[in-house]
Design a protein around this ligand. Structure first.
Ligand code: BEZ
Length: 354
């Protein structure tokens, strides 16, 4: 691996005492990568590492979730590393003409440089769309360093010729920003033109780095199959929470992905009324599901979850029992009644502390 070199450090204004995010950039074999660290490393705990989708950066993808009030009780126990895909960081210059943007596999290969630089050993990955693919690829090649994955809107398949034909046809009538919006949001959401849609349409259409965004979009469309196969060696070994909105453009892909992963390690959360970006529209429900996911991994003792445990809004129940027959995957569905999921994936012994 090329020698790591810090090329830039910028500090933003502190949010709270002791919570100053620090933005770093390190060199990798595929060019520099920028990431922002929130919080301080906690001994014997993985870092939460996020990877955003096309058309977004870490803030526009994850800020509503990570700044959600109930989320604070969870994330204060973890250091967070928010990666910006190359050219997506705030103020990124436009890449020169002919610049070879990394493939999604190469983006995954940049992650070890980040972890080595920070001296972090294991992560819980949270990825959306293209970012979910990148983190899954990383988990396939570095399974010992990934303790868990939250994958929102993952499509593990390469585009088939039918998808390419549809993509080309859409490209005849739509601009790149509209195509990306069609990847991020459902048609119903786009035609409803809510404030959220107006905001993201505005962000993407007027992005000063739109050329860079198009390069990340091309890499996403040229992804190869992750080739997940249940029972084969090519599968995710860690606990996985798959998330998709029930109206999301990627619902079928996530359902298929669920069928290919180890059911004893995989939870599937289909969220009602959440559209294409549940982390933007339903941060409360996602926070609660994330809490159960971490509890299942032994990280959040329920006694630590004072405020969240009392919260009875937007709660989730398990549709499948976890404490006996684990031959099928867990499906989490929304309910008005609350009840925590039994915790502890098999073969996973982790500390329970807060
Ligand atoms: C965090 O606390 O991890 C966070 C805060 C703002 C934006 C994104 C993440």
């Amino acid at each position: 691996m090329a020698e790591l070199q810090e090329v830039q450090i910028t500090e933003e204004k502190p949010l709270l005492p002791g919570q100053t995010p620090e933005t770093h950039s390190v060199e990798t074999p595929y060019g520099p990568i920028t990431f922002t660290v929130y919080g301080t490393p906690k001994p014997k705990r993985p870092a939460i590492l996020t990877y955003h989708d096309v058309g977004l950066n870490y803030k526009s993808c994850f800020q509503p979730l990570f700044q959600f009030a109930d989320m604070q009780e969870i994330i204060q126990n973890f250091v967070r590393v928010h990666v910006d895909a190359p050219g997506m960081e705030e103020g990124a210059p436009v890449f020169p003409l002919g610049y070879q943007y990394p493939s999604l596999d190469q983006l995954a290969d940049m992650i070890p440089c980040i972890l080595q630089y920070l001296n972090f050993f294991t992560i819980i990955g949270v990825g959306v769309g293209a970012g979910a693919y990148v983190l899954s690829r990383y988990a396939l090649t570095h399974p010992d360093t990934v303790e868990g994955l939250v994958l929102i809107n993952i499509d593990p398949n390469a585009k088939g010729w039918m998808d390419w034909a549809a993509h080309k046809l859409t490209g005849l009538t739509s601009s790149i920003p509209e195509m990306i919006l069609g990847h991020l949001f459902s048609q119903e959401e786009l035609s409803g033109n809510s404030e959220l849609i107006q905001k993201y349409r505005n962000i993407i259409t007027h992005a000063p780095n739109l050329e860079n965004i198009e390069l990340y979009w091309n890499s996403y469309n040229n992804r190869r199959d992750l080739n997940f196969e249940r029972g084969s060696d090519i599968t995710l070994k860690c606990p996985v929470m798959l998330v998709v909105g029930d109206q999301a453009p990627h619902e079928d892909a996530v359902v298929e992905c669920n069928s290919k992963l180890d059911p004893t390690q995989t939870s599937f959360l289909k969220m009602a009324d959440s559209g294409g970006q549940p982390q933007l529209t339903q941060p409360g429900k996602l926070t609660e599901a994330f809490k159960y996911f971490l509890q299942g991994m032994g990280y959040m003792a329920s006694s630590c979850m004072t405020r969240l445990s009392r919260s009875r809004t937007a709660s989730l129940t398990s549709a499948a029992s976890l404490d006996g027959n684990r031959s099928r995957s867990r499906t989490l569905s929304q309910s008005s009644e609350s009840g925590p999921l039994p915790s502890g994936p098999p073969g996973h012994t982790m500390e329970v502390s807060c």
